[in-house]
Design a protein around this ligand. Structure first.
Ligand code: SF4
Ligand code: SF4
Length: 173
């Protein structure tokens, strides 16, 4: 496996571990459950993530997904993600309290975002670095990995250095 893909998957594993820890910490305040898919939408991803997903799905001989054009995300099937083991990093953070830098607030600063179905009646919850996921840090690491990937990539037909719609997966499987 290419070193840079290994680094992407390491980041993905780190996010999975943090997501699992945070889901446990906040279990009393989260409504997330199997079949709830209000957070799903058609996404685009960086080429490194796209390539990694294609490579892994081919290696595991995953059934080519069929699109559900009526769903918010093409990959939703009966309310479930049909590419769940390979889903992008952002999908692994759904519902968690995510920290982003907000430039537009006065004064600019970090803010916490989460699904409106979660953390209801939790006015007193004290969000901090120990119980949130800093997505700016994750995205920065991902962007750096993607830059190295683009510099090295020799993947046929994957010429774009911009984000790629996940629905294009079908063209590569
Ligand atoms: S890829 Fe899967 S988890 Fe991500 S938005 Fe689509 S259906 Fe939801
Ligand atoms: S983030 Fe919201 S919409 Fe998505 S599974 Fe959790 S509760 Fe449902």
């Amino acid at each position: 496996m290419k070193e840079i893909i290994r680094q992407y998957r390491q980041l993905r594993d780190e996010v999975d571990q943090l997501a699992s820890k945070l889901s446990e910490v906040h279990s009393d305040h989260m409504a997330c459950r199997k079949g709830c898919c209000g957070c799903c939408m058609n996404l685009s991803v960086w080429p490194v993530e796209f390539y990694s997903i294609v490579e892994e799905m081919k290696r595991f001989e995953w059934d080519k997904p069929t699109f559900n054009e009526k769903a918010a995300c093409d990959f939703l099937k009966d309310g479930l993600c049909s590419i769940y083991p390979f889903r992008p990093i952002i999908c692994r953070t759904h519902g968690l309290p995510l920290v982003y830098w907000h430039e537009e607030t006065e004064p600019p600063g970090y803010g916490v975002m989460f699904c409106e179905k979660n953390f209801k009646g939790t006015d007193g919850i004290d969000f901090g670095s120990d119980n949130t996921l800093n997505m700016d840090e994750v995205n920065e690491k991902l962007a750096r990995i993607n830059l190295v990937f683009l510099d090295e990539q020799k993947y046929p037909s994957l010429e774009s250095d911009t984000r790629i719609e996940m629905r294009k997966l079908l063209d590569y499987l």
